[in-house]
Design a protein around this ligand. Structure first.
Ligand code: TXA
Ligand code: MG
Length: 351
């Protein structure tokens, strides 16, 4: 059953800078409830914004064929209009409806990894409105691996433009509650489909150049893409494609975040005795550590997938403690962990 939510006390700070039309009554819809799923469908058909679950993070969806609906995404998120949106589609057969041409490499990667956390960057089909692509001639396409969203996409018979469902520059949400905390009062509804399994945003691979290249690291690694394509895939540290996820400062919690080695972290604890600190250890806590002197002490899993799936949830929770700082022990630096380290370096970049 839909729950009516007003822009309650938790949302006010987010609403203040808002233009006209806010606050809205944001509905909390239950993905297990047929009526609620129908409600989400009709809102999307009417050109409203609905936050939807994906396997990576929650997306803020609008019908990609309705430019006015897509424009609302930028207003709700406070996102600059030149930041293009990923279009989510129901299956590989939709590729030719949105991209032209569809290269062989796209078909190979789609066959191997869709539905899944992979966004393909292709030349857009002529009909695609430039509001979706931020004025570019390319389009990002992805088939999400989430039954709730896949069912919506099949019913709608269109694509859903959906960036992560967070205010611009803040942390991506991995639960409906986190979506509401950031965007409650600014969007028509959130469809609660539980916690996102993967927990980090998709890998973005650009197939518009001679050699494929990764524009944003993600759950699927360069080696996995190369194994399917049988050719090298570039993973430049820097590139000129101004994707929002490529900006140095992004994905930020409000509490200053320091990513430190274990020794640095223990040192910092001594220096900042008496401060309200939240500590996040990798694996286990050191024997010498006295958890009673800090506001919060947690450990992260050593398994990469489990770590990635927990990261944004932990950062959201720690951010709500109003600590003076979050000190997080640096995880491994292996290639497997590139996406985690990429998000951590952006989350802590202003320090
Ligand atoms: O896992 C994900 O990718 C999630 C879920 C919701 O699918 N989406 C997501 O969207 O992370 P967003 O907008 O937060 O990040 C997508 C990134 C942005 O940095 C955007 O600029 C870039 O992809 N992007 C999208 N289309 C592009 C295009 N045509 N050219 C260059 N960059 C593009
Ligand atoms: Mg985002």
């Amino acid at each position: 059953m839909a729950i009516q939510l007003r822009g309650g006390s938790g949302y006010h700070c987010a609403l203040r800078s808002y233009p006209t039309g806010f606050p809205l009554n944001t509905l909390l819809l239950d993905a297990n409830d047929l009526d609620d799923r129908q409600r989400a469908l009709s809102l999307l058909r009417q050109g409203e914004l609905v936050a939807v679950p994906t396997e990576t993070v929650y997306g803020l969806a609008a019908d990609a064929r309705q430019p006015d609906a897509v424009a609302k995404i930028f207003a709700a998120k406070n996102r600059p209009a030149n930041h293009p949106l990923i279009v989510h589609v129901a299956g590989v057969e939709a590729l030719s409806a949105w991209a032209d041409p569809v290269p062989q490499t796209a078909l190979e990667l789609a066959a191997a990894f869709w539905p899944g956390p992979l966004t393909l960057l292709l030349h857009k089909a002529p009909h695609v409105n430039s509001v979706v692509t931020g004025g570019r001639d390319t389009i990002g396409l992805r088939v999400p691996d989430h039954p709730v969203l896949l069912n919506l996409l099949r019913e709608l018979d269109t694509g859903l433009a959906a960036p992560s469902a967070n205010p611009h520059k803040q942390l991506s949400p991995t639960s409906a509650a986190q979506v509401l905390a950031g965007l409650g009062g600014r969007i028509a509804a959130v469809l609660d489909g539980g916690t996102c399994r993967v927990g980090l945003e998709s890998t973005i691979v650009d197939l518009t150049t001679d050699t494929p290249r990764i524009l944003r690291s993600g759950p699927l690694t360069r080696q996995q893409l190369e194994a399917v394509l049988g050719q090298p895939v570039l993973q430049p540290q820097q590139h000129e494609v101004a994707v929002a996820g490529n900006m140095k400062v992004h994905y930020q919690p409000r509490t200053p975040l320091y990513v430190l080695s274990r020794d640095e972290l223990l040192d910092r604890l001594k220096q900042r005795a008496g401060a309200r600190l939240a500590i996040v250890w990798y694996g286990s806590m050191p024997d010498s550590f006295d958890g009673s002197v800090v506001l919060s002490a947690r450990t992260m899993p050593t398994d990469k997938a489990a770590y990635a799936s927990a990261l944004y949830r932990e950062l959201h929770e720690l951010d709500s403690l109003q600590a003076d700082a979050i000190l997080l022990e640096r995880p491994p630096q292996d290639e497997d962990w590139l996406d985690v380290n990429d998000r951590l370096s952006k989350a802590s970049a202003s320090l």
